[in-house]
Write a new protein. Structure first.
Length: 297
């Protein structure tokens, strides 16, 4: 994936601002954390797809644009706040090695926040609130929680908030759904947080990070991630069964998620921890689907 993105975005453009400045676009694209941002946007749009007939394709587009721009904003903020730490643990990162401009990053950040607001304001106050509540969770994760044993907490709140945001934009909030999503977020949040931090855990420790991974140890954290994903899968299945929302589509989702978890267990190396993302996407999207009336025809 990295090499593909590099080939697409590794073009040099020349801008004339008093002198000629050569600006490489790929490092600036990289600080957006594109893979994570796109994954979150896909989840948001998947949950909204069943209502496109009444919701409208253009509104679905605005939903995706607002989520993508706010996720990109969180990604840039993460790298801007981490410059001092990354200079020790991750000197290859674009803002540290100078391949990405700090000033340009602030300009892009401001532009993305404006785009996110223009995309969401027509949906009303609640939509604006939940979009920027998610942004706030991303900021406090980067600013205060990331290097502590509570780094999983913003994840646990942010994941359900994505689902709630999608439903509020559809003007179809379901408060029972809210009750179910946030407890499940307590399972998905730590699992994704561990999967996200494990690849650079040893380097991060050098910069003073003391997250849940370092508290538990890498091996224990890996096992905990698997256990939480299994519990998330079981919990989702039980909820659907109790509510009589289990049908052939949801069974397919559960089977796919189970296969991913089996791969995750048998290929448990840090290179394979990215599987936590598709697992969670499948499970959480399933739960979101199950509460949409058009899901049942």
């Amino acid at each position: 994936m990295e090499s593909i993105l590099y080939r697409i975005f590794n073009y040099s453009f020349v801008f004339r601002v008093n002198t000629m400045i050569k600006l490489n676009l790929y490092p600036h694209f990289k600080i957006l954390h594109p893979i994570t941002s796109i994954a979150v946007t896909i989840v948001t749009m998947i949950v909204s797809l069943p209502l496109t007939e009444s919701f409208g394709i253009f509104s679905l587009f605005l939903l995706g644009l607002s989520m993508l721009s706010i996720q990109f904003s969180i990604g840039i903020t993460n790298d801007l706040l981490d410059i001092d730490f990354d200079s020790i643990a991750k000197p290859w990162k674009p803002l540290v090695n100078g391949t990405a401009s700090i000033k340009m990053s602030y300009v892009v950040l401001a532009f993305l926040i404006i785009i996110s607001f223009l995309s969401v304001f027509q949906f009303g106050f609640l939509a604006i609130f939940f979009l920027y509540f998610g942004f706030f969770l991303g900021i406090i994760y980067n600013f205060g929680f990331k290097r502590t044993v509570y780094s999983w907490l913003p994840y646990s709140l942010a994941i359900p908030t994505v689902m709630v945001y999608a439903r509020i934009i559809q003007n179809n909030p379901n408060f029972f759904l809210l009750v179910l999503l946030y407890p499940l977020g307590l399972l998905a949040g730590p699992a994704l947080n561990i999967a996200n931090q494990l690849p650079g855990a040893e380097e991060a420790k050098q910069s003073g990070e003391n997250s849940l991974i370092h508290k538990l140890g890498i091996k224990t954290a890996e096992k905990l991630s698997v256990i939480l994903l299994l519990l998330l899968l079981i919990g989702t299945g039980l909820i659907l069964l109790i509510l009589n929302h289990l049908n052939y589509v949801s069974i397919i989702f559960l089977i796919l998620a189970t296969l991913f978890i089996l791969m995750y267990i048998f290929l448990l190396k840090r290179n394979f921890l990215i599987l936590a993302w598709p697992i969670s996407i499948l499970i959480i999207s399933l739960l979101g689907f199950s509460f949409l009336p058009s899901f049942y025809g």
